[in-house]
Design a protein around this ligand. Structure first.
Ligand code: FAD
Ligand code: NAI
Length: 475
């Protein structure tokens, strides 16, 4: 006998578990199926984000930042540290404990919201009259039927052709987050978000880190004034970043990895490292879903094809998060999950793709929302720009963290804020005000007229808004 549900969610990452909770809040009888296993084989909902993505990477970034502070910056405060050491295995164990707290939190939320959780791999069996039959292959096999299906099966790391991940020497994000000894020499392919975050973790702990990036521009999608400022800071910290490279043969032996590469001038080089992290993007994951059984349409990248509202080609089947188009971000997946649950319940769910923030959790942090200066120029939009350096912010000086700036871009005619780009301390938190401002279609003058607490980093956002009108008060 199959168990019947109004909504079945396949995948328990931020897209899936949030969709399941929202659908349950709206009165639906909901099942969520997720196959992720913890080290003991038990359920570990939360997907890439919780297990091998956002949460563990931020835990390691925090630990390594403490080490960096104690190694290089405590002395400025008159704090002397002698005999400082790092126990990388303990750091990773702490990270694992943080992950488990999050796994357990999601299981608790399922109970609280009366979402039925199934641990195992879900696949489509067939379409029914008014729904779909879904098989769950796990510890026990189950057959479920659902009137509506939400697919949130996420993404996997992309490997370099011919160099599969062994997670010992050639690492995806999974292996990169589980290294328990500081590698003497670490190589990374790709200076995108993972390359910079993971490169920073191990550089802070003492690895000699080299990042090989294929594109000629550093962080090409980021406002280039901000990217250049960040690049300067990373190079000063000791990250070696080679741009415009062509990666050639990669040889793996028991001692490490040898990467042949050609630099931007066409010269041949070899990089010998103990471990190599390959962070060249991610591919949508539909492995095991048996999409063909029901004719679920995928594109050439393997992503599930959806319209602007996350509807697939099949009636009653929706898809959200990394497995569909758009940025691969946890909060984007969550917003889509909420919107789809609301649409299923007859409401008007909405995701504003123009105000999805990005954050890179390096030090300095990089965060932005809206269009860059380069995009506005390409779009032929007349704009005014205002920048304010953290060097002129009292709180940043007190923190001893004055790298970077806030840059605000506003429409030249209407003054509506079109983009805000930040490199500097706590950019991840500062960007929230800017997202809200853009969501409410605020002008730069609105921000300039709002009272910001003193001394706070957020005064830099206000000053950048004043700078749009060329009237900063503190610079
Ligand atoms: P996922 O989180 O990948 O979840 C999909 C789930 O579905 C998984 O649990 C998987 O096991 C399960 N599944 C797949 N197929 C099946 C099946 N057939 N049956 C049952 N279960 C199945 N984003 C941010 O916004 N901020 C960050 O700081 C950030 N840091 C990151 C750091 C790293 C190292 C990485 C790799 C990613 C990071 N991301 C970050 C991206 C973020 O993790 C993803 O965008 C997010 O997890 C996508 O959510 P999702 O629900 O679509 O998919
Ligand atoms: P990415 O897309 O951010 O960066 C990949 C980089 O690799 C690019 O700069 C690209 O030009 C380069 N590249 C691709 N092929 C290459 C090759 N053959 N040789 C050399 N360079 C090559 O992808 P990344 O870092 O793997 O992360 C995947 C996704 O995970 C991100 O796009 C993001 O969506 C998400 N993520 C988000 C985080 C956050 O929000 N803080 C943190 C980490 C990941």
């Amino acid at each position: 006998m199959s168990k019947k549900f109004d909504v079945i969610v396949i995948g328990g990452g931020p897209g899936g578990y949030i969709a399941a909770i929202r659908a349950a809040q709206l009165g639906k009888n909901v099942a969520c199926i997720d196959e992720w296993k913890n080290s003991k084989g038990g359920p570990a909902p939360g997907g890439t984000c919780t297990n091998v993505g956002c949460i563990p990477s931020k835990a390691l970034l925090q630990s390594s930042e403490h080490f960096e502070q104690a190694s290089h910056h405590f002395a400025d405060h008159g704090i002397e540290v002698k005999g400082l050491t790092i126990d990388a295995a303990k750091m990773v164990a702490r990270k694992d404990a943080v992950v488990k707290q999050n796994n357990d939190g999601i299981l608790y939320l399922f109970k609280k919201n009366k979402v039925s959780f199934f641990h195992g791999r879900a696949s489509f069996v067939k379409a029914l009259d008014g729904g779909y039959e879904i098989k769950v292959a796990g510890a026990a096999e189950e057959t479920l039927t659902g009137q509506k299906i939400i697919v949130a099966t996420g993404s996997n790391a992309r490997a370099l052709p011919g160099t599969p991940f062994d997670e010992v020497q050639v690492l995806s994000n999974e292996g990169a987050l589980a290294v328990t000894q500081v590698p003497k020499k670490l190589g990374l392919i790709g200076s995108g978000v993972i390359g910079l975050e993971m490169g920073s973790v191990w550089r802070r702990l003492g690895s000699e880190v080299t990042i090989l990036e294929g594109l000629p521009d550093f962080l090409g999608a980021v406002d280039q004034q901000i990217a250049k400022e960040a690049q300067k800071a990373f190079v000063k910290q000791g990250l070696k970043i080679e741009l415009g490279v062509k990666v050639g043969d990669i040889k793996v032996n028991e001692h490490g990895v040898s990467v042949n590469w050609i630099n931007a001038k066409g010269e041949a080089n070899t990089l010998d490292v103990d471990k190599l992290i390959v962070s060249i993007g991610r591919v949508p994951n539909t492995i095991g879903l048996n999409a063909d059984a029901v004719g679920l349409k995928l594109d050439e990248r393997g992503a599930i094809v959806v319209d602007g509202d996350c509807r697939t080609n099949l009636p009653g089947v929706w898809a959200v998060g990394d497995v569909v188009r758009g940025p691969m971000l946890a909060h984007k997946a969550e917003e889509e999950g909420v919107a789809v649950a609301e649409r299923i319940a007859g409401q008007h769910g909405h995701v504003n793709f123009n105000t999805i923030p990005w954050v890179i959790y390096t030090s300095p942090e990089i965060a932005w929302v809206g269009r860059t200066e380069q995009q506005l120029k390409a779009d032929g939009v007349a704009f005014r720009a205002g920048t304010f350096p953290f060097l002129a912010n009292g709180r940043a000086r007190a923190l001893g963290d004055t790298t970077g700036m806030v840059k605000m871009l506003a429409d030249a005619t209407t003054d509506e804020i079109l983009g805000v780009h930040i490199v500097g301390p706590m950019a991840s938190e500062l960007i929230a005000e800017c997202v809200m401002a853009m969501e409410f279609r605020a002008s730069s003058e609105d921000i300039a007229r709002i009272c910001h607490a003193h001394p706070s980093l957020s005064e830099s956002t206000k000053e950048a808004a004043l700078a749009v009108d060329k009237r900063t008060l503190n610079f």
